[in-house]
Ligand binder design. Structure first.
Ligand code: SF4
Length: 426
């Protein structure tokens, strides 16, 4: 059996215990409800993680008081047309506020994958491993749904009654001129794009959102902008899982730490990235405005302008969407970061916006990702060498950036459209 979880094929650490069988001593085990009811004393005493499987005639209310003990609730689907598993998943998320893994097992169709995800199922067992990729791609194939679910998406009927519909908004997006006629047109067009994409994709997990954007909506027209900083490996790992040939832009300002460039090369090797573009400033602008290389001291805004903001424009010319790894927990202006926003007429997606430091640490550990070499030296956020200091205990992770100056961003995210648009539905 192959397990698809959060948009990727993953190793399954859990084993199913056959009914009435002896419990394996060391493995994380998923037991039947009957065994839980008859052996709960001994099962509670185990030191290894415990999960439970529910048949389609066993609603979650039967285990409501014990849910906090289970790392997995496996819902059995005896037939693909049996809808009880969908209802149970919604009940677990909405009524019981269950935060662990909900997996679907049994007779499920690929076309039900998206609806399972919308109901709160975040892992699905697939019998034929060779079809796993096709299952993952199913996540990006639907843009309108008949049924309401456990997410914020409106059903087709709700959309028809309250808006012009997703299909209409998508057609509006596809026909949006690349060069809006005025600032007002630009803001309106960008707002329509953000609304449409938020309605369609805002509920997805980071991995599934990336798959939908890279494989379906913006195939060949999407790039990642990465600093190859302390948390960059996560986004790059997820992108590589979808398509390692996705272009990745690094703004190589000429002031980066050598360790960052070494880390870039290590991640390229380890993740198999095939299109990392190190974009450098225009030598004529440097010669004109920063011949001594010390502009960061006297005018850091102008330094960032010529070393970051200006080179990024041409680097993104051939793309309609870009992806960033920014997160709300990083504080200051990022505290209100939306998942989907707009910047200069392009959609910008921040799939990790809601991630916390704990989740980040777990991801590094789960996937055995390498850390930036400077992280062990106390740097929580790494940018250009002259403008990066270590964050002190209790400070926010980016406190060491431009320390002592009234500056906390380099400017590439501060376009007027980017500042004015957020997705209120996320
Ligand atoms: S971070 Fe500092 S060195 Fe880098 S471009 Fe901005 S001001 Fe210049």
């Amino acid at each position: 059996m192959t397990l698809l979880k959060n948009g990727a094929v993953v190793d399954d650490p859990w084993v199913y215990q056959a009914a009435n069988a002896a419990t394996p001593p060391d493995a994380p085990v998923i037991v039947t409800l009957d065994d839980w009811q008859h052996q709960h004393r001994s099962l509670r005493g185990r030191n290894t993680p415990l999960g439970i499987r529910l048949r389609s005639d066993q609603p979650p209310s039967l285990i409501a008081d014990d849910l906090g003990l289970f790392g997995v609730v496996a819902l059995e689907f005896p037939q693909f047309k049996d809808g009880r598993g969908f209802s149970y998943a919604r009940s677990l998320r909405q009524r019981h506020n269950y935060q662990g893994e909900i997996r679907a097992t049994g007779n499920i169709l690929r076309d039900q994958f998206m609806y399972l995800d919308r109901c709160g199922v975040n892992a699905v067992e697939v019998e034929d491993a060779s079809t796993a990729q096709a299952w993952l791609e199913a996540m990006g194939e639907f843009s309108v749904w008949m049924q309401p679910a456990a997410d914020v998406r409106k059903s087709a009927l709700q959309l028809r009654n309250t808006t012009q519909g997703i299909g209409a908004s998508r057609r509006r997006f596809e026909s949006t001129p690349q060069t809006p006629k005025s600032d007002a047109d630009e803001v309106a067009a960008a707002a329509a794009k953000v609304r449409s994409f938020s309605q369609t994709y805002g509920h997805l997990t980071a991995q599934n959102l990336l798959a939908a954007m890279i494989k379906t909506e913006f195939s060949g027209r999407i790039a990642v902008v990465s600093s190859f900083g302390t948390e960059a490996a996560i986004l790059l790992h997820m992108v590589a899982n979808v398509d390692p040939s996705t272009p990745v832009v690094l703004l190589d300002t000429g002031k980066l730490f050598g360790e960052t460039l070494t880390y870039r090369d290590r991640l390229i090797d380890q993740l198999g990235l095939t299109d990392v573009r190190s974009v450098q400033p225009d030598p004529a602008r440097i010669a004109d405005l920063d011949p001594a290389g010390a502009l960061w001291k006297s005018n850091p805004d102008l330094c960032c302008q010529i070393r970051k903001v200006e080179p990024l424009g041409p680097a993104l010319d051939s793309f309609d969407m870009w992806i960033t790894g920014r997160k709300r927990y990083q504080g200051k202006r990022r505290a209100v970061l939306p998942v989907i926003e707009s910047s200069n007429g392009r959609i910008k997606v921040n799939p990790l916006a809601s991630w916390s430091r704990d989740v980040i640490d777990d991801y590094f550990r789960d996937y055995d990702l390498p850390h930036h070499p400077l992280e062990h030296d106390g740097y929580q956020s790494v940018g250009c060498m002259p403008c990066t200091d270590r964050a002190r205990p209790g400070e926010d992770p980016r406190a060491g950036r431009w320390r002592g100056q009234d500056k906390d961003e380099c400017g590439i995210h501060e376009t007027p459209a980017g500042q004015s648009l957020t997705s209120s539905e996320l």
